[in-house]
Design a protein around this ligand. Structure first.
Ligand code: F0G
Length: 476
């Protein structure tokens, strides 16, 4: 793949290349700042111990640069904040809901919209509406909450992503693609009647933010149609996926992110959304479908679990900020600088020989913890260890995406053992500067250079569901 898939304009340059260069910069300027605290090594040592070596359990006040997640951590624009003042907080029929509904219809193209408090609320509704006990749901690599809701309804998730996605070094422009042979094999084995839908995610989070091509979604749709199986999309970072299609797929260079997003969605029967990512808001989500029957079920369940079907757990002002965020997320300049910043950080790490997942994806840089600690067994949680060490070095907070996140096999109770043992440096949108990226890269390098002899961890508390959020560890 090499150089053709990378846009020169958003790659960091070496010193020699910098003469005569034309840099890119963000299409915004800063109007308000939020102070952050620097801590001492002793303070961090105490904080991470109290947090059971789990970065989810740190207090945000004890964090210097927070790269835990890009979820709900974006900076809103002045237009979005102005929209917050236009909240119509009526219990029923808020004007902001109709604005949100209109923008989901306009930019994603689905007919019916059910608002939810965030993504997992929508995952709950779609899983409850479509899954029967004993069903099988094929998808392009699991996501933690998505799979949890599928399993809670008695379904079993089956991974049908292409093999290359499990290899952190493999260069592939669309490493999030579904392997059509694997999908066909699942259909042959279980029968189409046991498969309520195929679960397709844009820029696959657990694979390193890797995109799905338009060609692939078209082919998956055709295969699903042949067997009468529905295709539902996790649209959480689908606008970022659209950017990669524009950059890498033949025939899309002159189409806008907005056009590509809408075309992609047109091959699917509906989508669930964590609006806390692409859509530049701090809270919110939705489910949108084309089937009136599915809508009727979901919009009935939403009143039991989330709120009335015209707010679903969001305040009116939150729906307004989200409606505006949907317009901003598809601006090509915005997307170019968003992904450009992720690539800036990744480019520095690569230049310094730090092992990261290739190619660089949409929302984060993923450190390959197995190659930081080649001697450490997976049962001693290398990625959990690396995230703790990075915090100790510099107050930077990252997230484990390895064996802890993968949880246990629902049937056997053993650890799921993913091939990828990663630490995610997730970049919030419109929040940090290039200097923050420099500081981050230098901290990662310091931890990499000092990795020899690092001890792993032992899990001392393990909650039953989504254990990575609340598990506690001790040093071995
Ligand atoms: N789908 C994907 C691909 C996600 O990344 C997330 C959340 C969800 C669904 C669930 O949405 O958090 O709004 O309930 N991902 C966050 C993350 C937690 O840090 O990657 P939610």
């Amino acid at each position: 793949m090499g150089t053709t898939m990378n846009d020169d304009a958003v790659q960091p340059k070496t010193m020699g290349q910098q003469f005569g260069r034309r840099s890119w910069a963000e299409p915004w300027k800063i109007k308000m700042v939020e102070p952050i605290k620097m801590t001492t090594r002793e303070e961090r040592e105490r904080a991470i111990r109290e947090a059971g070596f789990n970065t989810f359990l740190l207090k945000s006040e004890d964090v210097y640069i927070d790269l835990l997640t890009d979820s709900g951590t974006s900076a809103m624009s002045d237009r979005q904040w102005a929209g917050m003042m236009l909240g119509d907080e009526a219990y029923a029929g808020s004007r902001n809901f109709y604005h949100l509904e209109a923008n989901i219809q306009k930019y994603y193209g689905y007919k019916y919209v059910v608002p939810t408090h965030q993504g997992r609320g929508a995952e709950h509704l779609i899983s409850r509406a479509l899954i029967e006990p004993g069903d099988v749901i094929p998808g392009n690599m699991y996501f933690t909450t998505t799979r949890a809701h599928q399993e809670l309804q008695g379904g079993a998730f089956v991974d049908v992503i292409i093999d290359e996605a499990h290899d952190p070094q493999y260069e592939h422009p669309f490493k999030g693609n579904i392997d059509l042979d694997k999908l066909q094999a699942v259909i042959d084995k279980h029968g189409a009647e046991k498969i309520p839908y195929v679960s397709l995610a844009g820029t696959v989070n657990m694979a390193g933010g890797q995109p799905v091509s338009m060609e692939n979604v078209r082919a998956v749709k055709a295969l699903c149609d042949r067997h009468g199986i529905a295709l539902y999309l996790d649209a959480t970072r689908m606008a970022e996926n659209a950017f990669f299609i524009q950059e890498r797929e033949a025939g899309y260079a002159n189409k806008s992110v907005a056009e590509i997003l809408k075309e992609f969605c047109s091959y699917t029967d509906g989508a669930w959304m964590s609006a806390k990512k692409d859509s530049l808001v701090n809270i919110g989500g939705w489910l949108a479908v084309n089937s009136q029957e599915v809508y009727d079920i979901a919009s009935n369940w939403v009143v039991v679990f989330e709120g009335l079907h015209t707010y679903g757990g969001m305040a009116g002002r939150d729906m307004e900020a989200l409606a505006i965020g949907i317009e901003e997320q598809v601006q090509d300049d915005h997307m170019r600088s968003r992904i450009g910043q992720v690539r800036y950080l990744g480019g520095l790490l690569e230049e310094w020989g730090i092992p990261i997942v290739r190619p660089i994806g949409g929302h984060a840089i993923f450190l390959d913890a197995k190659r930081f600690y080649p001697e450490m067994p997976q049962d001693e949680f290398p990625a959990q260890t690396l995230a703790a060490e990075l915090y100790l070095d510099s107050g930077i907070r990252a997230m484990e995406r390895g064996i802890v996140s993968a949880g246990r096999n629902a049937a056997t109770g053993d650890h799921n053992r993913p091939k990828l043992e990663l630490v995610r440096l997730t970049i919030p949108r419109r929040v940090y500067t290039q200097a923050h990226m420099d500081v981050t890269a230098e901290a990662v390098k310091a931890v990499y250079d000092g990795a020899a002899g690092t001890c792993g961890l032992r899990m001392v508390y393990e909650p039953k569901y989504l254990r990575f959020f609340q598990a506690r560890f001790e040093r071995l």
